[in-house]
Design a protein around this ligand. Structure first.
Ligand SMILES: [Zn+2]
Length: 75
């Protein structure tokens, strides 16, 4: 007895447009970029201003113009 069910190819994921990157591939890098951005934002906005992790004013002087440019209170 032979089967009359035609062989079907396994379901393949829908082809993505050229150049599209799956969200699952982007997510870890997006999280990493967000963490780095938040760390940079902390140093520009808060470090040696409202709060200080490091002694001295080196970080403050390094990011001073950026602090004013972004409108964070300084002096
Ligand atoms: Zn200032």
């Amino acid at each position: 007895m032979t089967s009359r069910v035609a062989a079907r190819p396994l379901a393949a994921p829908a082809p993505s447009p050229a150049g599209a990157i799956p969200l699952a591939d982007i997510a870890p890098w997006a999280v990493f970029a967000a963490i780095v951005a938040l760390i940079l934002l902390y140093f520009v906005s808060t470090e040696q201003g409202a709060f200080a992790l490091f002694k001295g004013m080196y970080v403050h002087e390094l990011v001073h113009d950026g602090r004013h440019l972004l409108g964070f209170p300084c002096h």
